[in-house]
Structures are given as C-alpha cells and as structure tokens.
Design a protein around this ligand. Sequence first.
Ligand code: GLN
Length: 312
Amino acid sequence: MEERLEEILDHAIENGRGMTALGKTATYIPELGHVNKEYLGVCVCTGDGTYYESGDSDIRFTIQSISKVISLAVALERCGFQKTFDRVGMEPSGDSFDSLVRLDLASDHPSNPMINSGAIAVASHLSCEISFERMLAFTRKLCMDDEIILDEKVYHSEMGHISRNKAIAYLLESKGILENGVEESLDLYVRMCSLCVTARSLAGFGLILASDGINPLTGERLLSSKVVQTVKSIMLTCGMYDGSGRFAVEVGVPSKSGVGGGILSVVDKRMGIGIFGPALDSKGNSIAGQYVLRELSDKMRLHMFADHVPEY
Ligand code: GLN
C-alpha cells in the first residue's frame, strides 16, 4: 500500500535527523552560528493550498540567499529582461557563492543572479526602483505569510561582518555594473537576506512558482509567466551554487538554498516544498534538507524527468 503524504514527510524527517550532526551552521554571520543545528523541518503545499508539515516547520529563520529569487523576479518585472541581464549572466559559475575570482579575472559581469555578486548587482538596480518596505510587502504576498519581518539582529550581525560582500560590491562598482552606491546596494541586499520565514512560508512561495505565478487560492497573478519560467530555469541550473549539478541529477526539482538553512523547491504544477535545516554542507546548502528532498523525490517521483507521476 502506498504511504500517505504525512507518513512520507515524517519518515524523511526521522531519517534526515541523523544527518544534522554532519553539518555546521554558518558562522561568518555570527548571529547564524547561534542557531540550534539539530532543527529539521519540512512543509509541502499542494495545488489546492493544503499544507502538510513535519518536524520544525514553524520555526522562523532568515531567508538569506533564497531572497535572491524574489529580487530577481521583481527586477525582471520592473526593470525588464534586457536591463537585468545586461548586468548579470545566466550561467552556473561552478564557484562558491561568495567568490569574486571569476568576476575579477575572467568576466565583465557576474555569472548569474543566484551568487552574491549577481544578487548585489540586481539589488543595486532594484534599490533605485523600489523601497525595502515594498519588497517586504511583496515577499509576504509571495509567501502567503503576513508575519514575515526583518530580523534586526541578523541584519546588524551581517552588516557588521560585511567585508567580503563589500569587496564584491566595490569590484562591481569598478566595472561599472552598480546602478546605485555601494552602501545603498548592500543595504537592500542584506535586508532582503534578513527576512524571517518558516518552511511553511517557503512552501507557499514554491506553490506560487509551481502555479505559473498565480496564487491558486485567490486567483491573483503575482508574477508573469515569462518571469516565473526564467526564475525556475535559473534555480535549476544555479540555485544550489556549486552543488547545482548533482542536486539536479539526484532531486531534479528547481530549488534555491540559503545559509540560514532554508531550501525552496518547486515541483512544477504540483506543489511547493519548504525546508529548514541549519546544519550546512561545505557548499552552504542544508545537509539534512538535501537528504529529505532526495527521499521525497524518490518516494513521490518528483524528479522533473521521472517516468510516471502518481497522485500526491
Ligand atoms: N547573506 C548571505 C551572504 O551574503 C547570503 C549567502 C547565502 O545564503 N548563501 O553571504
């Protein structure tokens, strides 16, 4: 007999708990180092808007790099495709998320908007067009979660340890890629990284991306089809940094990770999945979270190239 969705989630969390000991919380932003690395939670939001959860799915944590998806989507909507992709590429970099080597030596623009250099370039552009308050309001809509707020402690902790991202921003400025000043660009970038979400909020956002940018509960279109298609493609190829290739093979679902321990996954036309597991692997991706997603992908045949799709 097939397992019920609730049971599949419970088993994946139970099995994944053993993996948290193998990872570490991010410590280069001191406030993130204080989080309990044993947390592990998952939430699935299916096409009719029903949420299924297991483990620590309602603990708040900072969205970090998953905000890069939101910023890219808003930049494409407001600044257009050409202006956005004039400044940032759409190729996987194969380097770590905070690398600046390739940008300095081999390229005149960041490889893609999912690494820090690309996201700072996007934030620079966005900061000329839209306020942080409006970005926050739109994030709440996309995640179907009105309780998302700025985590002031994480924001100040990151701003106090910003040297590397500042180096990236100055390098971008030297290449004429920044649209706004270094301070303004970094401020919006770090504020967006410091928004507090849960696995449940990410599952809601995932469902909206899985539903072509429409909130299936209200019928409201939040993002255009073309933007959603572009964002999901870039998540698939670049969303897990230099772990994106293996993740695409093993899980096969467009996803985006953050060093707060979150993963956002989009099972097209079927469901959104949110993960929280702050113990990270060496590439900055949730170690147990990736395990949970592998198990869900296998059991529910979620891989985009799976041969048959059962009812979940
Ligand atoms: N705020 C983090 C940084 O800029 C985000 C990185 C991440 O989540 N990979 O370094």
